[in-house]
Ligand binder design. Structure first.
Ligand code: MTE
Ligand code: MO
Length: 384
């Protein structure tokens, strides 16, 4: 593969792999960049070289498969449809993998806690695009129910034996009246950049990042879910007893929604501080549109808890539509206390369905190292 034409990147990114390029911002950069993550600091997760789509006039997305009539749409065609703006947090399923690998080796990119970002995405609703090829909204109640929408990209990767990256979602998820699945051509009010999917990418809010296919080439309506590597042989969770010898991928479904998550970003996992008042900051988010109910923080290793306060939405640089909801977006939180001795600061979030993060990473260990949502713990050493 040819990595000679990769786009420029922010020098402060922490690079986990150069080819393909996988990088995340530092904790302090992520949290100080506030509610909307700037594009250049947003984590980048690629599986191959970033493709070059330089002839935007000739770029077309084809929509084919089980449709009345196939179509090819240009970016100009997409822009003729109503622009839908959604604030959504994108999180890689492998976020916090490094901490999981300390229990027992796992396979995958060694992410710290910042393979996540919150952006304001602008584009056409997938439902509106599908209507153009004869798929009515609320397709679930028509004979088209039960089908899947497959997204096929321009980029090529080794996991697909040199074929394109792809994924699918159930058709109903795109056509229900409250669906906010979009084909995005904008990120934070600007055209997508190359790393994030220029000229067009899918955004599936509330779902692991892997399903938000970048550099979209075609949309295929199919009867069964996508058979691609990342749907069938990756991004699934397994019980702890499953290893690479006895794994049977077909026994599990592809992971879609991500579970409730929270992370303290203002401190490293082991931090030295002077005794006295300490204020911690972090993010919390849940999948499936389940907002955050509260974030509990403990300054004594989990014996007692205080409720964190939220401070999201203070300064949104790009004003989304007034009606647009924040149900797909993270919340930023802060909490403070006095610290006098060595301790552990712990965060755990609760979502609106009362789901809570698991206490220990041991109990959710899985061989691919995905969805580490265990309580985030910071070890504090006081320096007198
Ligand atoms: N789409 C394509 N075409 N190729 C990819 O490698 N990576 C996926 C997803 N979409 C990927 C892709 C994964 S695993 C994640 S987490 C997100 O894109 C990352 O999106 P970002 O790089 O914009 O943060
Ligand atoms: Mo990912």
């Amino acid at each position: 593969s040819d990595y000679s034409q990769e786009p420029p990147r922010h020098p402060s990114l922490i690079i986990n792999s150069q080819e393909p390029f996988n990088a995340e911002p530092s904790r302090s950069a992520l949290i100080s960049s506030s509610y909307v993550t700037p594009v250049d600091l947003f984590y980048k997760r690629n599986h191959g070289p970033v493709p070059i789509v330089d002839d935007i006039e000739r770029y077309r997305v084809s929509i084919c498969g089980l449709v009345e009539k196939s179509m090819e749409l240009s970016i100009a065609d997409m822009k003729k449809l109503p622009k839908h703006i959604v604030t959504a947090t994108l999180q890689c399923a492998g976020n916090r993998r490094t901490a999981m690998s300390k229990v027992k080796t796992v396979k995958g990119v060694g992410w710290d806690v910042c393979a996540i970002g919150n952006a304001i995405w602008g584009g056409a609703k997938l439902a509106d695009v599908l209507e153009l090829v004869g798929i009515p909204n609320l397709a679930s109640i028509t004979p088209l129910g039960g089908k899947h929408v497959e997204f096929i990209s321009v980029d090529k990767c080794k996991e697909e034996n040199g074929g394109p990256y792809k994924a699918s979602i159930p058709l109903i998820q795109a056509t229900t009246s409250d669906s906010e699945v979009i084909l995005a051509y904008e990120m934070n009010g600007e055209p997508l950049n190359r790393d994030h999917g220029y000229p067009l990418r899918v955004i599936v809010p509330g779902v692991i990042g892997a399903r938000s296919v970048k550099w979209l080439d075609s949309i295929n309506i199919i009867a069964e879910e996508c058979q691609g590597f990342f749907m069938q042989k990756d991004y699934k969770t397994f019980p702890p007893k499953i290893n690479w010898e006895n794994i049977d991928w077909s026994t599990r479904r592809p992971q879609m929604d991500f579970p409730v998550q929270s992370v303290i970003c203002s401190l490293e996992d082991v931090t030295k501080v002077k005794p006295g008042k300490i204020t911690i900051h972090g993010y919390a988010v849940s999948g499936g549109g389940r907002g955050i109910e509260r974030v509990d923080v403990s300054f004594d290793g989990g014996k007692t808890w205080v409720e964190a306060s939220r401070y999201q939405k203070t300064e949104i640089p790009y004003v989304a539509d007034e009606k647009s909801s924040d149900k797909w977006a993270w919340v930023l939180f802060k909490a403070e206390d006095e610290i006098s001795e060595n301790t552990e600061i712990v965060a755990k979030a609760v979502d609106i369905a009362a789901n809570v993060q698991p206490e220990n990473v041991e109990f959710i260990w899985n061989l691919r190292g995905i969805l580490n949502t265990s309580w985030h713990r910071i070890h504090i050493h006081t320096e007198h």
